[in-house]
Design a protein around this ligand. Structure first.
Ligand SMILES: [Zn+2]
Length: 131
């Protein structure tokens, strides 16, 4: 059985997985402050990109480092149930890769922003590519 308590897990889940998570909100604020109009969680596009700038054909995925297996210290596996998490995250990564390919085929420019970049306030670097 899993040693992570239910409460703890749902805490992790809601922190990282839910819609309009903190990293996403940071990006949305950034875009709004520059007058960009965007659409959220566009179900018609592969991978349901978090933020879509349709007229520019730009899709933005804000990825929680843990869930998407980013190679940074935010992405450490929990000490319990390592196999469970490893499998889950590997599946996420596979799905990411597939969807990334599909959306690029549709002519979209895909910008992936990892959670840790937002925390580090390095957002500007990525967004220079928007203008
Ligand atoms: Zn990261």
């Amino acid at each position: 059985m899993d040693n992570v308590t239910k409460k703890k897990r749902s805490e992790i889940m809601s922190r990282i997985r839910g819609k309009n998570t903190k990293p996403e909100i940071a990006v949305m604020k950034y875009l709004s402050s520059r007058g960009y109009k965007y659409r959220l969680h566009d179900k018609k596009l592969p991978g349901k990109p978090d933020i879509v700038l349709k007229w520019k054909k730009i899709a933005i995925q804000v990825r929680g480092c843990f869930w998407h297996g980013h190679s940074c210290k935010l992405a450490n596996y929990p000490k319990t149930n390592r196999k469970y998490w490893k499998d889950k995250i590997n599946n996420n990564r596979k799905r990411d890769r597939k969807n990334d390919k599909l959306i690029k085929k549709m002519g979209y420019k895909l910008i992936v922003i990892n959670e840790c970049k937002i925390r580090n306030k390095k957002l500007n670097i990525k967004f220079n590519r928007l203008s």
